[in-house]
Design a protein around this ligand. Structure first.
Ligand SMILES: CC(C)(COP(=O)(O)OP(=O)(O)OC[C@H]1O[C@@H](n2cnc3c(N)ncnc32)[C@H](O)[C@@H]1OP(=O)(O)O)[C@@H](O)C(=O)NCCC(=O)NCCS
Length: 173
């Protein structure tokens, strides 16, 4: 495994296309996933978002990953028991040891044959080796227009995350 400073190493693994990381996960909402009004619990959806995001990160990095952060989440429409939840994820951009993954979630009601956007999330995963040391992640290559847009957006979102993190540490000290 490459250490944290190996980005310039000539033997470093070649960049990989975004499409290699694309992952999809589907769930049927069961009573155990819902509140007493039969609506999906937000916490359960957050768990599925984390798993779907981790799949894309693992596929890209081909290494262990940990979740460093999840950005703001909105739940746009309610999801009911019996609905299908579809989660699609891919790596938006790689930095050094971290990568931003986007996860988009839809609810599908097969009786009404309708699909609605439920949530979109940006997660940051950090790649580690078996001993828990951070490792450099191969760069990702955006190919489609959407992938290029997400790639550009990821740099801006990282700046915002870092500014907010600095603000929080300032408040704590
Ligand atoms: C995430 C973690 C590995 C970062 O380690 P660290 O020693 O703080 O490392 P650094 O501050 O040097 O940052 C390392 C990388 O993580 C990124 N990072 C750290 N904290 C972050 C955060 N809150 N949000 C987004 N990225 C973050 C940094 O930008 C850096 O990325 P880069 O290498 O691509 O430039 C560490 O905090 C950790 O292990 N956290 C627990 C993770 C976990 O267990 N998650 C499961 C949920 S409990």
């Amino acid at each position: 495994m490459q250490s944290v400073n190996d980005r310039d190493n000539a033997n470093f693994t070649e960049p990989r296309p975004v499409r290699d990381s694309i992952s999809e996960m589907s769930e049927i909402v069961l009573p155990n996933d819902a509140n007493p009004l039969n609506a999906l619990l937000g916490g359960r959806l957050m768990h599925w978002i984390d798993l779907a995001g981790a799949m894309a990160a693992h596929r890209h990095a081909r290494a262990y990953v940990v979740t460093a952060s999840i950005d703001h989440l909105d739940f746009l429409v309610p999801v009911r028991v019996g609905d299908f939840v579809i989660l699609r994820s891919s790596v938006n951009r790689v930095f050094q040891t971290s990568m931003e993954v986007g996860v988009k979630v839809w609810v599908e009601n097969y009786r009404a044959e309708k699909r609605h956007h439920v949530s979109s999330a940006y997660l940051t995963f950090v790649a580690i080796d078996a001993a828990g040391n951070r490792i450099v992640v191969p760069l990702v290559v955006p190919e489609t227009e959407d992938e290029k847009r997400r790639y550009e957006g990821a740099a801006r979102r990282r700046e915002i995350r870092q500014a907010e993190s600095a603000l929080r540490s300032g408040k704590r000290s």
